[in-house]
Design a binder for this molecule. Sequence first.
Ligand SMILES: C[S@@+](CC[C@H](N)C(=O)[O-])C[C@H]1O[C@@H](n2cnc3c(N)ncnc32)[C@H](O)[C@@H]1O
Length: 343
Amino acid sequence: MADSITHSESVIDIGGSKTKRRLQRSIAAKIIGFDSEGRHFLPDIFFSDDDGLQIWRDINRLPDYYQTRDEIETLEKYGAELESFIPNKCTILDLGCGDVRKTKPLLDRLETSGKDIFYFGLDLSLKAVQGNIDGLRATHKNIQCTGLWGTFEDGLEWAKGIEGPMLYLSLGSIFANDRLPRAIRYLQPWHDALRPDDLMLIGVDCLQDPELVWKSYHDTAGVFERFIRNAFAYSNRVVGVEWFRDEDWDIRGELELNPVAHHFVLRAVRDVDGGESGISFKKDDEITCYGGYKQTPSLVRQQFQAVSLTEIACWPSPSGKICECSRPLTRLWYLLSFSNGRN
Ligand SMILES: C[S@@+](CC[C@H](N)C(=O)[O-])C[C@H]1O[C@@H](n2cnc3c(N)ncnc32)[C@H](O)[C@@H]1O
């Protein structure tokens, strides 16, 4: 552990207070600009304001949102094996920790293990990180829990100052949520930061069942739609101009096959003029957002090979194997190390 970190602080600002300013500088380009597939695109970072993460809590409890349930079941089932890989004095960095619901079974186990563990949950909303870490501190007295307020890039810089073994957690398909070339680009800097004794646990959504994937993003209560619209409303607050008004935009889902991917697409039902924000759209212009890319084991292995990560263990989710309806494998878990590390 780096000496400079004091554990009395429950949350450390490693750049979170600057995020809004950084977004202000780039927002117009990001929304009006095009992604590599030539579509207007709202980046995921806009989904994680205080309200967004509150709605996210509701989403991951929806009955058809298999993603969270499957990962929790996997962590519970293989918890003992996973724990055996985690050395004493390990620093765990949970990238995009969300509501820490998934990580909790592992932390519960570590709490009774007798090991000295330093857990850091990183996310974008100070309110959410604070609330989650305070909750963990109330129930976990043996492991040290601290929040990090900032972006993934801030987390990468912060991790360079940490001494001793580290375990990076990328739960919720964070490092695998894109087409292969971009997924490789996202993972590369994290591989470069890994030292020989460091480990990375990556959860990857491998469900190739279009119907179940669709249902997971289209709940009848409209919680997902609220989540999407909230991200655009947050972009208004970042820009300081109400360029986005609910009534100007329709929302629909779009599904691709082989491999399965889901996007939300907003279509302007009339011309939109965001005034001094510089953001404007014509009727029928579209903005895509919140992509959910489902991988295949083969694609994931290509991603790991491309960045020279060595797979140490891989755990299929219980529902994928045991399901009565012969549902295909839904999730794989990979515990990875730097290629020169132990394997
Ligand atoms: C799909 S959720 C996964 C949450 C949690 N790990 C889980 O699996 O339930 C993605 C998380 O990453 C956070 N996130 C997204 N972009 C981020 C960024 N650029 N920097 C830091 N956190 C980010 C979001 O706020 C959210 O909590």
